[in-house]
Design a protein around this ligand. Structure first.
Ligand code: MG
Length: 384
């Protein structure tokens, strides 16, 4: 099995757009700029692990950008970009990757297709970078602004990141060229005699450098959103007892709900709805009733697990709507507490959570007060 690791360079101080935070942590569509590329890299099926090179001063900002994602521990960078990459590469030696994709945090939109093209190119070459043709005519201007004859643009390309390399080749190149200060890794590779091929880059994979770039990125990021909806349904029967747990709230009652866990039908239905949004099966597959670990479990744990999977899949839970179906207990007095608890578990504004209750007019098993049913619908936004 080939092991491919993505190394994201986020140690620069960069331009700050007048904000307090370094550029890579500036908010873009509500998420730190760095998080956009981390989501894309960490969700890609051909990337096994992601490590970020940071400035130790930025630890708190980094943690916000990386929250909920499954990443390797970040490592501190050096004085220049090239030094930061070298330190990042050295930190990966013990993990023995075959390939590495080196990416600049300032490019928030490396597409899944670019990553696949790079990985495929490494089957034949020790290095590959995404590149675009130069479409504008290039001119050479004198200091006074007067034009001289321009260079021939026909062989010029614009280099982007991620830049992909055989790990051994790029590590050796960086070790042998420590005194130089190149602006990208392809230049380090070329100087060390490593062949680098180009694959098609994409205009959307641009580098955010100016305030104009940030506005363009903001427009793109909002346009990239895709919404998915998941549905959940659950039933538990009443048994002897004196309380029930519904939507994470304990309610005194003359019966209890029977189940392997705490039998919280509301949270079970919602957990299934979240799993539905990421096509991850159902709650029984993730928490088999046959597993003694879930005996009497707090269903909040199931919901948190599903929410964690949503985050790892690049999603953001936006809304949850739950209907509890029973004659008793009365749900109304507990509705606000339920909303608050679910909002807390999903890290959502309570305005994004709705609890409804209905009876079935005495009909069916809920009407006969044999149990409680729940339906849930969840909406998740994805950066595509
Ligand atoms: Mg259940």
């Amino acid at each position: 099995m080939t092991k491919t690791i993505a190394l994201v360079v986020a140690a620069g101080r960069g331009s700050r757009f007048g904000a307090e935070r370094p550029k890579q942590y500036t908010l873009l569509a509500g998420l730190p700029l760095l998080r956009h590329s981390l989501l894309r890299l960490s969700c890609h099926p051909e990337i096994d692990a992601v490590r970020v090179v940071i400035q130790p001063d930025d630890q708190a900002d980094y943690e916000m950008a990386a929250a909920g994602l499954s990443l390797l521990t970040p490592v501190p960078g050096g004085a220049t970009r090239q030094a930061s990459v070298r330190l990042g590469l050295e930190s990966l030696v013990s993990l023995q990757p075959d390939r590495v994709l080196i990416h600049d945090a300032a490019r928030p939109f490396p597409s899944s297709q670019i990553i696949s093209r790079l990985v495929a190119a490494l089957d034949e070459w020790p290095g590959a970078i995404p590149a675009l043709p130069v479409v504008d005519t290039l001119k050479r201007a004198q200091p006074d602004g007067l034009l001289q004859q321009g260079p021939d643009r026909s062989h010029l390309v614009r280099a982007q990141t991620p830049q992909a390399f055989s790990f051994g080749a790029i590590l050796k190149a960086h070790r042998s060229l420590q005194s130089s200060d190149e602006t990208d890794d392809a230049a380090v590779a070329e100087k060390a005699g490593v062949s680098v091929v180009t694959v098609s880059g994409e205009e959307e994979n641009f580098k955010v450098t100016t305030a104009d770039d940030l506005r363009r990125a903001e427009n793109l990021a909002t346009g990239f959103r895709e919404f998915r909806t998941g549905l959940g349904y659950d039933v538990h029967a009443f048994s002897e007892g004196d309380f029930v747990t519904l939507c994470g709230v304990r309610i005194p009652h003359d019966r209890s709900l029977q189940g392997h866990s705490d039998a919280d039908v509301g949270l079970h239905a919602l957990t299934d709805a979240l799993l539905g949004c990421i096509a991850a099966g159902d709650i029984g597959q993730h928490f088999p009733p046959s597993d003694p670990r879930w005996q009497g479990a707090d269903s909040a744990e199931f919901l948190r697990h599903a929410a964690g999977l949503v985050t790892q899949a690049g999603g953001q839970v936006r809304h949850a709507d739950i209907t509890l179906i029973c004659e008793r207990p009365k749900i109304g007095p507990y509705r606000d507490a339920m909303r608050a608890r679910i909002a807390e578990l999903l890290d959502l504004d309570p305005g994004g959570v709705n609890i409804k209750a209905t009876t079935t007019e005495g009909l069916g098993f809920t009407g006969r007060r044999e149990g409680v049913a729940a339906q849930a619908v969840a909406t998740v936004a994805f950066l595509t």
